[in-house]
Design a protein around this ligand. Structure first.
Ligand SMILES: CC1=C(CCC(=O)O)c2cc3nc(cc4[nH]c(cc5[nH]c(cc1n2)c(C)c5CCC(=O)O)c(CCC(=O)O)c4C)C(CCC(=O)O)=C3C
Ligand SMILES: [Fe+2]
Length: 398
């Protein structure tokens, strides 16, 4: 099939069905930990940014601005070190459970690349890989782009006919992912209350990466797919974040009764793209500026869209948002990301085990009624509105 034909059939086969959850055991022989990647020195910064934005129409001004964030920290993003630590923690937890699956780590945008990781796995004799992306929600950038890069890595390494890559379900509402956020919000709120701030003057901002509004509306199963739902204006992407935030706030109120009076909202950060293109709003810093006028004295900033304290957290939240809070005269705390919290690591290994065992969907842990999300992405799931469909692994084939 030519690639044009393939694209046409990806795009047109909207109503395809097939199992959403794989409820039979599969003998995966290795795990593919898929990261975003980040620069590890000043000379890496520009080539890394070119990789990330390849063909995405990000203005040069924005690239220079983002380069400055990296330059400020010596050109080093902490993200690779964090993924090395996550790999080690996963290996330890797998060994503890007696699961003999090696973990190969590769990135989408910087070395070690996914192509190297799949080549290494194949050279060691592994052919049935289970992907674990460091990204919990549904959208082109947070799901499908990883799957397209899996397909590209197999193609580029000449392994497309011998190696398969499946991917664990999006785990935004898995208890192992949600619990570290509950712990962080509980600690922040109880700290503010202990300092004498009234609960009604505490505000919680759940922050995630902004994406183009058009991509958000196409996140999750596309319209026409039997599993599509009306997810609201921000699509499945925003709906998943809102549902997680509700779970977090309810869990905190169950532990600290006054927390029922704490207000909260979902905000966005790290917008790029031309100003003419609509992206999800409001921006975290714009909301922080408004908070004193709404009677807030303290703000907890929760990086609910992220896995670890990488640049989007270190710069956009710990630098810019905390400065905005200080300028607004607010007490402010940025709560932790899951990182290598043992509860999170254990949850990731639970996600691996449910695929090894073929656990029935009804027995899979999920904290929101959107889940448990699909193992097998639907045809044309998480469309990239600008660039259309490229072949992607871990989904329904046309
Ligand atoms: C949804 C989402 C996540 C969360 C899911 C996930 O984690 O995957 C995420 C994570 C990250 N984004 C990161 C870095 C960047 N993202 C960029 C650009 C973009 N991100 C987007 C979305 C997301 N991004 C989008 C729609 C763009 C526009 C261009 C495009 O569509 O590709 C750019 C280009 C410059 C700029 O415009 O900012 C950079 C440098 C880093 C690494 C940080 C480090 O190095 O420590 C991480 C973890
Ligand atoms: Fe990004």
């Amino acid at each position: 099939m030519s690639s044009t034909e393939q694209l046409v059939s990806y795009a047109s086969d909207a109503a395809a069905s097939g199992p959403a959850h794989v409820e039979v055991p599969v003998a995966y022989d290795a795990i593919l930990l898929a990261g975003f990647g980040g620069p590890e020195g000043q000379e890496d910064v520009i080539p890394f940014l070119r990789n990330v934005t390849r063909g995405r129409g990000i203005p040069d001004e924005r690239l220079e601005e983002v380069a400055h964030h990296y330059r400020h920290f010596g050109g080093v993003s902490p993200i690779n070190a964090q993924n090395r630590a996550l790999k080690a923690a996963l290996e330890e937890e797998l060994a503890r459970r007696g699961l003999r699956l090696p973990v190969y780590w590769g990135n989408r945008n910087w070395a070690p690349y996914l192509t190297e990781a799949v080549t290494e796995a194949a050279d060691a004799g592994h052919t049935t890989l289970l992907g674990l992306a460091t990204s919990a929600y549904s959208s082109f950038s947070s799901c499908r782009q990883y799957r397209e890069d899996f397909a590209r890595a197999l193609e580029d390494s000449g392994l497309a006919d011998t190696v398969t890559i499946d991917k664990v379900r999006q785990y935004f509402d898995h208890p192992g992912f949600v619990q570290p956020f509950i712990d962080g919000v509980r600690d922040a709120v109880s700290g503010f209350l202990a300092d004498g701030v009234p609960a009604a003057s505490v505000h919680v901002l759940f922050s995630t990466h902004s994406i183009p509004t058009a991509d958000a509306q196409r996140s999750g199963p596309r319209e026409g797919d039997p599993r599509h739902r009306d997810f609201g204006e921000g699509g499945a992407y925003a709906a998943q974040h809102l549902a997680v935030a509700e779970v977090v706030m309810a869990a905190v109120a169950a532990e600290i009764p006054q927390a029922a009076d704490v207000s909260w909202e979902l905000v966005y950060q790290s917008r790029s793209g031309p100003p003419t293109q609509p992206w999800l709003e409001p921006d975290v810093c714009d909301v922080i500026e408004e908070l004193p006028g709404r009677g807030a004295q303290a703000v907890a900033i929760v990086p609910v869209g992220f896995m670890s304290d990488h640049m989007e957290v270190m710069w956009d939240l710990d630098t810019e948002a905390l400065e905005a809070a200080e300028a607004a005269g607010l007490r402010a705390v940025r709560t932790p990301t899951p990182g290598i919290d043992p509860v999170f690591v254990s949850g990731l290994v639970d996600l691996v085990e449910e695929r090894l065992n073929g656990t029935p969907a009804g027995d899979r842990p999920h904290k929101t009624d959107l889940g448990p999300w699909f193992d097998v992405c639907r045809t044309a799931c998480c469309e990239n509105v600008r660039a259309g469909f490229k072949p992607a692994a871990s989904g329904l084939k046309p």
